[in-house]
Structures are given as C-alpha cells and as structure tokens.
Ligand binder design. Structure first.
Ligand code: NAD
Length: 489
C-alpha cells in the first residue's frame, strides 16, 4: 500500500517548495510551491465565487466551454503525454492512451450532464395529488479533488470533468509526484475557457499531504473527491468530518483474475500479464492475484511465463520499454517485501524473484502457489508482481477472490459462466473475458467497496455524485380539511 507525504520527500525539498523528479533518471524536472492554509483557503474562496458564475451559465454554456477544453486537450495531446511520461516514467504510448480515455470521459460528462441532471417532474402520489413535485440536482459549489500519481490525468479527470459538467468549480490538488501534470491541465483549461480568468472555475494547488488536508478542512468546500491509498483515504475522511463535508473515496485494490475451466487460456494469460504488469503494476484496477482452476492451471502458467519473460523494462535514459520504473521510489521496498514474503512462505518463483527489484525499477515477477496469508495476497503490491494460485473449482476461486478487505475490480475468464461468476464477486467492477475494460466505458460507474472506498465516478452515478438532490413540492390548490387531516370517519 502506498503511503502519504513522508514517502515522497526528496533531499532538495524545503518548507516552501518541492521538486518533481523524472523517475527514469532521478533528475529534477520542476519545482513547485507548497501551498499553505492561507493559499488553499484563498483558492477555495475564489472558486466559490466562480462557481456561482459557472452554475449560472447553465448546461449549454458549460457544454460549449468544456467542448473547447476538449479540443484544446486533443490539440495538445502529445505535449501533455510527454509531461505525464516525464513525471511518471511510463511509456509515451501509455501516457497518450491515458489522455485519450480522459478526454472521452470529459466528452461524455459534458454531453450527458443535462439529460441526467436537469430538473424533472415526479409523480406526487395519490395522497398529495394537489402538489406539483419536482426533483433538481444542484451542484455543491466547490469540489476539492485530490489525486494520485499513477494515472495523473485519467484518474482525477473522472472527478474534475464530471464535477465541472454538473455545475461546480474545482480546486485540484495533484499528487506531489505529478504537479507538472496538474499545472498542464489547468493551463489548457485557461486557454480553452478565457472567461475563467475572471472566474477561476478550475484551479490547482500544489503540495504534499498537508496541502491536501487543508483542502479537506477549508470552509467553502462542498465535497471532497479523493483518489489514493486506503490509509490516506481514512485520514481524508477524518479531516473532512471536521466540517461535516461529504467525501467520495476511491482507494486501492487487490484485484483478482479468475480463470475457469472453460476459459480461453491464451486470452486470460494476455489479460493477466497486461493487467498485472502494464504501468509497472501501478494500477489500482490491475491484476494482482490469479486463481486458475486446476484443469487449466499448468497451461495458463506456461502462457503467462512466456509472456512475462518477453517484457522489457524501460532503462535509464533508454527508449520506452513495455513499462517504466516505479514512479514512487518508496514502492520498491513494498514490492521487495511482498516478493520475499511470498517466497519465504513457500511460493514458487516462476519468473524473476527478489533480485528483480532494482534501484529504480522492478523486472516482471510471477510467483505460483503463494499461501493466502502472504502479504503478496492480502495487501496491495502496486508493482509488476503476479501471484498465480491454483484452485479446485470456481467456487473456491470466488471464495478466495472475495477474501481480502479490498473490493475494487475483478476479471473473469469463462466462455459460458462469466456473468454468473461476476455476480458472485464482492467488488465494484468486473471485466469478463477482457481486462479493465469497464474503465474505458464512460457510461459505467467506477468505484469499489470495502477498503477500496465508496461513491462512484463516471457515468450517470458519477454526475449525480457531484450534486445534491433538491426536492421541491409546490402546492397547486388547497384540499378540504377532511381530506388533509387523515381522520377516519
Ligand atoms: P496517496 O494516498 O499517497 O496520495 C494520494 C493523494 O493524497 C496525494 O495527492 C497526496 O498528496 C494526498 N494526501 C496525502 N496525505 C493526505 C492527507 N492527510 N489529507 C489529504 N490529502 C492527502 O496515494 P498515491 O500513492 O498517490 O496513489 C496510489 C494509490 O492510489 C494506490 O493505493 C492506488 O490503488 C490508489 N488509486 C486508486 C484509484 C481508484 O480509482 N480507486 C485510482 C488510482 C490510484
């Protein structure tokens, strides 16, 4: 599990500023201010004024401006992808894909906000037939968005785009590992929406955990949308509770992949390796554990082994490999601990091992037959480590899949029973015969259960998440006392 401010402090950081580093080389690529309480509160106050203007534009006015933002992002996509690559170390193509998916969400949110959120009449029921009843979804005002570093555009955009489309202003605190990406997003917004110069509808504050905490407790914030580790999620909830501010919490996961006896084994192996290793395994909804039914387990493991061995890791200053270094150096130690623990408890190293953990990156590791109590099975690893365990049948696979405290995503490979197995999984999202597919479908809600958090981004639920329902009952005519007093005669 990744941690908060302490794990991201660099030697050159001081009380007022911090460095952003290229994880491939360790070179400083930018320096950013650590915004304090006064700065965060001023940003929130300005956003609160801007929110009134933004809400007043109505759905059409916002749609037009968000469409401009979309066009600007598309026009600048390669430059933005280079910024993402520089601060995360991920391959350029992965960074670009992240942007494409984020832009698609922006598109969907702005196109659908009116349909989902516009004021509507509802039936008052027989007893209250003299009332005209309506339901409106009203914006909160200011949404504080706190983001992680692993998908520094795609992940926060799931809150930013939906919150803006719903009529809120946003103050965004990007991860201290990716502040340049946060600034790049705000710059493109300012270019696309010039009237936001007078009305700061989308602003960025930079800093570490304390800056995020100040955003959580700033008076005027209507809701906090947090994405990060479960440990930080708990702190965010505690701080937001000071002002009884509602929170949306998107946290970590330990996503399982189930390979049933009737699975397309090659496709399942592709999914396991891509879902487990892409972005160096630093994906909340990746694949961290596999439960393969005995009858196909050997074939599956052979296919995974061949695929994992063929992967290339980006070398310092070299061309992009299949995945890059660990973005947060502190994560190296967690991966090393999980690999060592799995092997010491009797797991079988199939690809790589403890030596795969290098100075900046981790080469692919696949370990089979890992005891379920191992930290590699129970805790989020967030590295290119795949645990492959064999099970007698799908029932046992489902039981083990559901056995951790997390419940974000899951993957099922089965030709005939995919949907049935999916229905038995305790998690927010399932891909059947594919992997992480749900994240790219804007109309589907995204989020988890248990230690993976609560609330939903994306889709209709994601739009409503950034609004509060307001009920209005307007009396159309007075009813005789006999009817309204409910007296029995
Ligand atoms: P993190 O929890 O360390 O930090 C997330 C953000 O919270 C950062 O911006 C950080 O500065 C801020 N923060 C830290 N302490 C804070 C505090 N006390 N109050 C307010 N804000 C604070 O997480 P990370 O290392 O940036 O991201 C990796 C984690 O995020 C993984 O666990 C991953 O699974 C999870 N994640 C989840 C999703 C999802 O949608 N569920 C998506 C991406 C990442």
């Amino acid at each position: 599990m990744s941690a908060s401010a302490d794990t991201t402090t660099r030697p050159s950081d001081d009380a007022d500023s911090f460095a952003s580093l290229d994880p491939r080389t360790g070179a400083e690529v930018g320096r950013y201010p650590i915004h304090d309480r006064a700065h965060v509160r001023a940003a929130v106050d300005a956003a609160a004024e801007a929110a009134t203007w933004w809400e007043g534009l109505g759905f059409a006015g916002r749609r037009k401006r968000l469409a401009n933002w979309r066009r600007t992002l598309v026009a600048q996509i390669d430059g933005l992808a280079r910024t993402v690559r520089e601060e995360t170390g991920k391959p350029f193509d992965d960074a670009r894909l992240e942007l494409v998916l984020a832009i698609d969400h922006l598109d969907w949110a702005s196109a659908n906000a009116e349909k989902v959120l516009k004021k509507r009449s509802v039936s008052p029921g027989l007893l209250m037939a003299n009332q005209a009843a309506s339901l409106a979804y009203r914006p909160f005002g200011v949404i504080g968005v706190i983001g992680p570093w692993n998908y520094p555009v795609f992940t926060p955009m799931g809150s930013i785009a939906y919150a803006l489309a719903a009529g809120n202003a946003v103050v965004f605190k990007p991860s201290e590992l990716t502040p340049g990406v946060g600034h790049a997003l705000a710059r493109t917004f300012a270019e696309a929406v010039p009237d936001a110069a007078q009305h700061p509808v989308f602003t960025v504050v930079t800093g570490k955990g304390e800056t995020g905490a100040e955003l959580c407790r700033a008076p005027g914030v209507g809701k906090i949308a947090f994405t990060g580790s479960s440990a930080t999620g708990r702190r965010v909830m505690a701080t937001a509770s000071e002002n009884l501010v509602p929170v949306l919490i998107e946290c970590g996961g330990k996503d399982p992949l189930i390979v049933a006896a009737d699975a397309d084994v090659e496709a399942a192996a592709d999914a396991a390796v891509w879902g487990g290793m892409s972005n160096a395994g630093q994906t909340c909804v990746g694949v961290e554990r596999v439960y393969a039914v005995e009858s196909v387990a050997d074939r599956f493991l052979a296919a995974v082994t061949a695929k994992a061995r063929s992967l290339r890791v980006t070398a310092t200053d070299g061309p992009d490999g299949d995945f890059g270094p660990m973005t947060m150096p502190a994560q190296l130690e967690i991966v090393r601990r999980h690999v060592t623990d799995a092997l010491e408890r009797g797991g079988r190293a199939v690809v790589g091992g403890a030596d795969s953990v290098g100075e900046r990156s981790v080469a692919p590791v696949v370990i089979a037959d890992v005891p379920e109590e191992s930290s590699a099975v129970t805790e989020e690893t967030f590295g290119p480590l795949l645990v492959v365990n064999r099970v007698p049948d799908v029932d046992e696979a489902v039981r083990r899949a559901n056995a951790t405290g997390y419940g974000l995503g899951a993957t099922v490979f089965s030709e005939k029973r995919g949907d049935d197995i999916a229905a038995r999984l305790r998690c927010g999202m399932v891909s059947v015969n594919g992997v992480i597919s749900f994240a790219g479908i804007p109309s589907l809600p995204f989020g988890g259960v248990g230690e993976s958090g609560f609330g939903r981004i994306h889709g209709e639920d994601g739009l409503r998440e950034f609004t509060r329902p307001q009920a209005v009952a307007r009396q159309r005519f007075a009813l005789p006392i006999a009817v309204t007093s409910f007296k029995r005669t």
